[in-house]
Design a protein around this ligand. Sequence first.
Ligand code: LFR
Length: 496
Amino acid sequence: RSHHHFAAIDLGASSGRVMVARTGPDTLTLQEAHRFPNRPVRTRGTLHWDILSLYAGVLDGLRAAGSAAPLTSIGIDGWAVDYGLLDADGVLLGNPVHYRDTRTDGIAAKAWTTVPATELYATTGIQYAPFNTLYQLMAAQGTAQLAAARHLLMIPDLLTYWLTGELGTELTNASTTQLMDPGTGDWSPEVATRLGIGLGLFPPLRHPGDPAGHLLPQVLDGTGLTTPTPITTVASHDTASAVAAVPATTENFAYICTGTWSLAGLELSAPVRTEESREANFTNELGIDGTVRYLRNIMGLWLLQECLRTWGSETGPTGPTAAPDLDALLREAATAPALRSLVDAADPTFLPPGNMPHRIARACEAAGRPAPRTPAETARCILDSLALAHRRAIEDAQRLADRTVDVVHIVGGGARNALLCQLTADACGLPVIAGPAEAAALGNVLVQARAHGLMGDDRHEMRALLARTQQLTRYEPTSDPARRAAWEEASRRVPA
Ligand code: LFR
């Protein structure tokens, strides 16, 4: 067979999808077999992932994928840091907690009294974020649930376990726990011991490309699949899969993985763990082939998604209001006043769910800037602010890693947002190449295809195939001197 079909299960914060890719020597096409919502649920004050509903969506997706074509293999990627705990019988102990839950408030400061933040960064290279697995585990210390736990599985590893019965910890996702040393690609027992975390909870490491078992008989029955289909370990952190699928054709590129988050930075061959880098809150997560994803987490299109949710749940004088249509809103935002209302898109006050338009207006006012008054002005404020945050991250990354880039690749859902891409090109003063939007699923598929011998070891081969087969859009930075000056000026004022 010269063509193969691979299924990519890709779980995002607002939806999950199962995609089927057809690959061949010069072919790479992707089709959505099934998409399902990911709706967090709050019980007794704690925000959870509805993991069984996600698993049901995965099974429906595999049924749809398998009915389209026989699958050579399946891979799973999803968001990072979160996990499920299993008891001694392998039974899941409670629903995994959502990284936007507030149980970790104040925990990092407590950790730093035992392992100073400087030392923690010098070892793990991981950014400060309240939701790092390390802080989540510290928040859980003393609970009956953690005491009963025998295994900890990151979200994609948990789904793999249910599908194949095999326990493992995938490397790229493990690197986001803040319990590893990105220099060695192995656990950091010293950090774990000092903070009272049992590394024994983590099953042995698996690397992208490793086999992860075959679908269990009851899964085959439940999905209508007939042949023993293998699961292949991919870069199971969605951002690692997305970076693997950046269609770069040169060495000097920066990337922005856009979606709920904007993850902006560089691909390096070794971590940068200087004090300056820690202060700039850059992270060193692991990628495929021993690479380091040196990047900053920026609040991303979550700001807009959460505004849309708020607008859609408001009650106006004549009853409930509907959220504005996204395309219409973006068209209006394109003509709204530029660089007028601005917020710091890395500000942690935007992290939890809640009334986002209100929080954005307050942040503008607190910084002495006009608050946006309409949904279109709010959307413009968000996109201008994101573009500025993209610029700052890419500038900082180059300085801190002593590298220079001449192009910015935007991959992920935001690659479809033409206004965001153009504003980012203008803000950075660099050309932007946008696409593919389904980068995480494509990175997932390509790592599987490579593991099955359909492509050479060099990851540049994967990138070259993407550049040849995917539809990409190029945005040139503005050449208008007044607009260039406006971005320069704005980047000096924000954050306040
Ligand atoms: C993106 C992402 C980011 C991670 C955040 C939380 O989907 O995986 O890389 O920081 O979600 O897990």
